[in-house]
Design a protein around this ligand. Structure first.
Ligand SMILES: [Zn+2]
Length: 275
């Protein structure tokens, strides 16, 4: 439990550090290096377009990150009047009753110390539970983090190819870059800043692919109307058309939510609160 609590603090700090480093490298290194190209003089230059794209991707990633934390699932033990359910919650907190034994699809998260309905999983990078209330923002956070990482990977490769006068036309060049750079770094032929950018290229590739994979898997579960918690516990899922499952998570303002970070006000949870 202590390890999980530590991870709950270290993972958000790790995410924020990587975001800050990526932002600094893009704004102060990659984008200025694109302006040095004499062909980039027009208003719609590749450097300006790339800068605008990176700001759009990172604003969406960070905006949805904040919204995932801000709209974390409500604590059933405090927020709703459950009658006997409140006693059940108290028993769960005391550890005398097994979680999920009385109220199906509810889950007591020990890290957040609360009972949530339609729980999906606990995300260590946001330090929060993910449920129906913040699922759309979580999906958007994964999607835009993945795109921002892959964008940084391409910009970083362009920077390295200019600085080291090398070509990435051969796909093997990327995979032989790391061992080659390490030997060059220790022989003094490579600067620390260049070595740092090369290490970041592999980190961006790893995070970008992991987030994309996670996002695709989560979308598959949403289309099936399942949560990770239900899959883990082997719970039976109600059969519904995939369109209804999608609407439940993405709400009515789904198109707006794809483009800018906004709260999901059209889903079932908010409809119930409005009544
Ligand atoms: Zn949690």
């Amino acid at each position: 439990m202590l390890v999980l609590r530590l991870l709950n603090v270290v993972a958000p700090a790790y995410f924020l550090c990587i975001s800050l480093v990526t932002f600094v490298l893009q704004i102060f290194l990659f984008i200025p290096s694109m302006f040095r190209d004499p062909s980039t003089t027009s208003l719609l230059s590749p450097a300006l377009l790339h800068g605008a794209l990176f700001l759009f991707l990172s604003a969406n990633a960070l905006g949805n990150y904040v919204l995932v934390i801000q709209s974390s699932p409500e604590d059933l033990g405090k927020g709703l009047n459950l009658g006997e359910g409140a006693e059940v919650v108290a028993d769960w907190l005391a550890g005398s009753r097994s979680p999920g034994s009385v109220l199906p699809s509810t889950h007591f998260c020990r890290l957040c110390a609360r009972v949530t309905q339609r729980h999906d999983h606990h995300c260590f990078f946001t330090g929060n539970c993910i449920g129906s209330r913040n699922m759309r923002n979580f999906i958007m956070f994964c999607l835009y983090t993945s795109l921002a990482c892959l964008d940084s990977l391409v910009a970083g490769m362009a920077y390295i190819s200019v600085v080291l006068s090398m070509s990435f036309a051969n796909p093997l060049a990327f995979f032989t870059l790391l061992p080659h750079s390490i030997s060059q770094f220790f022989s003094g032929a490579l600067l620390s800043s260049e070595m740092f950018v090369i290490l970041m290229l592999y980190l961006w590739l790893g995070i970008g692919l992991a987030c994309a994979g996670f996002c695709c898997h989560q979308m598959l579960l949403i289309l099936r109307g399942q949560t990770r918690y239900q899959v883990r516990k082997g719970m039976v899922v109600r059969a519904r058309p995939w369109r209804e499952n999608l609407q439940e998570v993405f709400g009515k303002r789904w198109l707006l939510g794809l483009l800018i970070p906004v709260l999901n006000v059209g889903n079932d949870y908010h409809r119930q609160k409005e009544k």
